[in-house]
Design a protein around this ligand. Structure first.
Ligand SMILES: Nc1ncnc2c1ncn2[C@@H]1O[C@H](COP(=O)(O)OP(=O)(O)O)[C@@H](O)[C@H]1O
Ligand SMILES: [Mg+2]
Length: 73
C-alpha cells in the first residue's frame, strides 16, 4: 500500500495541489483524471520519488518498487 498524506506542491505562486490524501491499495487500478496542467504528472513524479513535495508525505513499504512510464519520450 502507498499512503499519501496532506501532499502539497506549488511552482512559484501557483499552487498545483494541497491537502491531497490518497491510499493506493495493492492490485487495485486507479484513474487520475484532470485537465492539462492540473498537476497529474507532478503528483505521480512525487509518488515515484523523482520530485520533492512542498508538504505532506508519501509512505510506502521499503521493498516496494515503482515503475513509471512517462507519456513523452
Ligand atoms: N519544473 C517546473 N517549473 C515550473 N512549473 C512547472 C514545472 N513542472 C510543471 N510545471 C507546471 O505545473 C503545472 C502542472 O504540470 P503537470 O504536472 O505536467 O500537469 P498535468 O500532467 O496534469 O498536465 C503546469 O502548469 C506546468 O506548466
Ligand atoms: Mg501529464
Amino acid at each position: 500500500m502507498i499512503q499519501i498524506q496532506n501532499l502539497a506542491k506549488s511552482y512559484g505562486v501557483k499552487t498545483l495541489f494541497e491537502g491531497v490524501h490518497w491510499q493506493i491499495l495493492p492490485r487495485r487500478r486507479y484513474g487520475l483524471v484532470g485537465p492539462n496542467g492540473a498537476g497529474k504528472t507532478t503528483l505521480l513524479r512525487i509518488v515515484c520519488g523523482e520530485l520533492q513535495a512542498d508538504g505532506g508525505a508519501v509512505q510506502k513499504p521499503k521493498a516496494l518498487r515503482i515503475g513509471y512510464l512517462p507519456q513523452d519520450v
